[in-house]
Design a protein around this ligand. Structure first.
Ligand code: GLU
Length: 393
């Protein structure tokens, strides 16, 4: 039964996140005893490193469980400022850094701090489902800039510039990218930075997967156009800290100040305990780097196996250079990716995210942040599914 109140136009226009929806559905099925393997969740299967957990426990024992400043504890902002310098060659002073409840809140605050209704925002497609939805919530318009499997989803700066209009305000980048795993080359990033400078656009670059690169090099676009760039990142993917909800951003001080004002009226601050945990990840960076190295070796083996296995089944899958996702062409299962994902869930008991909300028709996303045993079992189940469907035809 619906209640007496009408929902807002914003709520009615908003599409719930399909990555979160499929992941929740897989968890429900698993809870109900169905033997579903989830390849949907964009979440490391590693435990949070021990030195990070220990710092959080220590923080709780020391009573660091109260509000913090809106932009985060000063020690953490200093550690993030040092991290930006050490790992990215970016010069963001601690007061040009803000800490948020996950990368999503940093993006949300950034879009609301920078966009007006009617503005246009260029987003390379396939894109992560939440960018266009968040942009549209502000009243601005997301404008997709297509990239293609044949070029490994590399961005063409000329195709980007061709979509600039007098209403364009912003470019959103995500490299290494979710869902494609594409890593934009330094040349491409430099050219995109020049487009931003020529047309006075802001670049919001989501670098959440920066450490997860295999055959490529991650470069921060902020090194080419610092005054035009807001760099967003977080602890979730690199340090296996998804549940702690720690995101952060560095950029021009006035943008960071506006983001802080928004945060002061919404969540106040990221969890104090999580901030102390993240502080350990940054301060004890040798231990953290070691952890990342172990995870990266495992992801690389899994990537190689899943790409080879899916292609061998006739589901065309480019080899991604970064992150922990692959995009598989599921048209041999069904021409429509929503139907294909449904069949894969119902008949093969494998949860995947349909490409629809990523602007990737005919494809589904599989996350390989799961064990090699699961990957082998998924390939076996998909093989059975294809064989069955072949026999039915
Ligand atoms: N970014 C991850 C994904 O795409 C986590 C879920 C989400 O926030 O969308 O699966």
């Amino acid at each position: 039964m619906s209640g007496p109140f009408l929902l807002s136009a914003r709520a009615l226009s908003l599409k719930p996140s399909s990555t979160v929806a499929v992941t929740s559905r897989a968890l429900e099925l698993q809870k109900a005893g169905v033997d579903v393997i989830s390849m949907s969740v964009g979440e490391p299967d590693f435990d949070t490193p021990e030195h990070v957990n220990a710092a959080a426990i220590q923080a709780i024992k020391a009573g660091k469980t109260k509000y913090t400043g809106v932009s985060g504890i000063p020690e953490l902002r200093e550690a993030i400022s040092a991290k930006f310098r050490r790992e990215n060659g970016l010069d963001y002073a601690p007061d040009a850094v803000t800490v948020t409840s996950g990368g999503k809140q940093a993006l949300f605050n950034a879009f609301f701090a920078l966009l007006n209704p009617g503005d246009e925002v260029l987003i390379p497609a396939p894109y992560w489902v939440s960018y266009p939805e968040m942009v549209a919530l502000t009243g601005a318009f997301p404008v997709a800039v297509p990239t293609h499997p044949a070029s490994g989803f590399q961005l063409d700066p000329q195709a980007l510039e061709a979509r600039v209009t007098p209403m364009t305000r912003m470019i959103v980048l995500n490299s290494p990218g979710n869902p494609t795993g594409a890593v934009f080359t330094p040349e491409v990033l430099k050219a995109v930075a020049e487009v931003a400078q020529r047309h006075n656009l802001m670049i919001v670059t989501d670098e959440m997967y920066e450490h997860l690169v295999y055959d490529a090099q991650h470069v921060s676009i902020g090194t080419f156009a610092p005054e035009h760039t807001l760099t967003v990142n977080g602890a979730s993917k690199a340090y296996a800290m998804t549940g702690w909800r720690i995101g952060y951003a560095g950029g021009p001080r006035d943008v960071i100040a506006a983001m802080n004002a928004l945060q002061s009226q919404s969540t106040s601050n990221a969890s104090s305990v999580s901030q102390y945990a993240a502080l350990a990840a940054f301060q004890q960076h040798e231990k953290t780097t070691q952890f990342i190295g172990v995870a990266l070796r495992a992801y690389r083996q899994r990537r190689d196996r899943i790409v080879e296995g899916l292609n061998a089944l006739g589901l065309r899958t480019p080899t991604p250079e970064g992150a922990f996702y692959v995009m598989a062409d599921t048209t041999p299962i069904h021409p429509n990716e929503l139907e294909a994902a449904r069949i894969i869930l119902d008949d093969a008991r494998v949860a995947v995210v349909p490409g629809t909300d990523f602007a990737a028709p005919g494809q589904v996303r599989l996350s390989y942040a799961t064990s090699m045993e699961n990957i082998e079992e998924v390939l076996r189940r998909l093989g059975d599914l294809l064989q069955q469907r072949g026999q039915e035809e």
